[in-house]
Design a protein around this ligand. Structure first.
Ligand code: ADP
Ligand code: MG
Ligand code: ZN
Length: 477
């Protein structure tokens, strides 16, 4: 029997505001435990939360960027449960009336665009963190994270493969980063994902019973865990069993999931509107103002890169995967507008490979966009060959020196001196009389051999077009 996977994702994105959602405490990461905490986020009796306007603005940015309908009136609700990292005994979230609903994003999968629905986006506060020291018989609580703002983005069950889940998450993260509202760091927990997975016989319209996967700390783990879970569910069904609705924990070391809790053990959160917070009213003028000030988003930028620079869709897709990379490309092209495709090739090839091996991101690139432009200009002006340019690029990365200086210091200028090149060609032809005779006898393939020999003799510095012309002339004689 053929099965079709059905996947819906719940993403928590930590908003990069400087202060928490309901108090003035700092959200900075890495401070000493419990130094960013006050009576409000510690849940002391008698205190009142006050909503951070910036959090609403950030949530609205994401809602607009994902084509959601924005609720003129929304409401905060208390989600009640007990855990030592939650001093109030409830988390302030949104439940029946979230700030935004019914949006979508487009992803590209197997060269076709697929639209994934966004069910809802709501705002909530984060909980604290338990610190477990295996050498101690107790755990510690750090409440610095308590009250840090999050948005939860819930997708429709529109995703049909682990690969598509990965593409959806990458796109969502790119949008959050373009909007500069979340740093998107999965390992540090500022971008977290739970995956709901079910399968159904091909062609069936009803959904199967789903399980929810937690503890997915990287894109790789999300895709691996979903693949594992699809396979597990297939085996259960093929063995005549039934899928149990449950929450599963992904174990990255073992590469498998273990049950965390079943539906019977699921929490009843007893949601109710938070009486300490007024219903949230958002006026249209504010929404319009935010809409007007949205940056150009990945899809629009990608389209523009194809149209304005004549780039292939694949190049445009890669270059617009992050705003910083797109900016790097455009800065470099504006300094050397001759050949945007050539700039793209260098960024996607040598530069990304370099950043990858050095574990750096584009913001830390040892080669600036201006320096790359200067290098490509040297090639276009015929001062160095394309082959030598790679050597110069590696040297730029190592030393940070401008390309002109490296070319000068190492004497890498292309040899375009006719008489010098004629002399080299003459020597080479004299050295290989048999090959020369072959060529003159009609074996045209041997021509490449002579080009290679002249390039070797000049250590790659000969102007290739001139070598070509000179050899044609001399061998033709
Ligand atoms: P809960 O709040 O209990 O997690 P929701 O109804 O909010 O439940 O759904 C959470 C996620 O599960 C959504 O992303 C949704 O798309 C997804 N989902 C719902 N039903 C299924 C299903 N049968 N298979 C896969 N995913 C599903
Ligand atoms: Mg859920
Ligand atoms: Zn506080």
């Amino acid at each position: 029997m053929e099965f079709e996977p059905v996947i819906g994702l719940e993403v928590h994105a930590q908003l990069s505001t400087t202060s928490k959602i309901f108090c003035g405490c700092s959200t900075a990461f890495g401070a000493a435990p419990n130094t960013h905490a006050c009576p409000i986020c510690l849940g002391m009796p008698g205190v009142l939360p006050v909503l951070n306007r910036k959090v609403v603005e950030y949530a609205l940015r994401m809602a607009l960027a994902t084509h959601c309908q924005i609720a003129g009136h929304s409401q905060f609700a208390r989600k009640n449960y007990f855990y030592p990292d939650l001093p109030k005994g409830y988390q302030i979230s949104q439940y029946e009336l979230p700030i935004a609903q019914r949006g979508y994003i487009d992803i590209e999968i197997e060269n076709t665009v697929k639209r994934i629905g966004i069910t809802r986006i709501h705002m909530e506060e984060d909980a604290g963190k338990l610190l477990h020291d295996p050498t101690q018989s107790f755990s510690r609580v750090d409440l610095n994270r308590t009250g840090v703002p999050l948005i939860e983005i819930v997708s429709e069950p529109d995703i049909r493969s682990a690969e598509a889940a990965g593409a959806y998450l990458r796109k969502l993260r790119a949008i959050l980063r373009y909007l500069k509202i979340c740093d998107g760091n999965m390992e540090e927990g500022s971008f977290r994902c739970d995956a709901n997975v079910s399968i159904r016989p091909h062609g069936a319209s009803a959904f199967g019973t789903r399980t929810e996967l937690k503890n997915l700390n990287s894109f790789k783990h999300v895709e691996k865990a979903i693949l594992y879970e699809i396979q597990r569910q297939k085996e259960v069904i093929m063995d005549g069993g039934q899928i149990v609705q449950e929450t599963l924990l992904w174990n990255p070391d073992k590469g498998q999931t273990t049950s965390m809790r079943s539906k019977e053990e699921a929490h009843d959160y007893r949601y109710f509107p938070d009486p300490d917070l007024l219903p949230l009213t958002i006026d249209d003028a504010w929404v319009e103002d935010i809409r007007k000030n949205l940056p150009e988003l990945p899809d629009a930028k990608c389209e523009r890169f194809i149209g304005a620079y004549g780039l292939p869709a694949y190049d445009a897709e890669v270059l617009t995967s992050s705003r910083e990379l797109a900016d790097y490309f455009e800065t470099s092209v504006s300094a050397h507008p001759n050949n945007p495709k050539q700039t793209s090739n260098w960024i996607m090839g040598s530069l990304l490979a370099l950043l990858n091996t050095e574990g750096k991101d584009i913001g830390q690139s040892p080669v600036s966009p201006g320096a790359l432009a200067a290098l490509l200009k040297l090639v276009d002006d015929g001062i160095i060959s394309g082959k030598i340019a790679k050597t110069v690029f590696d040297e730029m990365a190592k030393t940070g020196k401008p390309p002109e200086v490296i070319v000068q210091e190492k004497g890498l200028m292309q040899v375009s001196d006719t008489s010098a090149l004629e002399q080299v060609a003459h020597q080479i032809i004299a050295r290989y009389p048999k090959e020369a005779a072959d060529y003159r006898g009609g074996k045209e393939k041997v021509f490449g051999f002579f080009i290679g020999q002249v390039m070797k003799e000049t250590r790659g510095k000969a102007n290739p077009q001139m070598v070509n012309d000179i050899l044609k002339r001399q061998l033709g004689a």
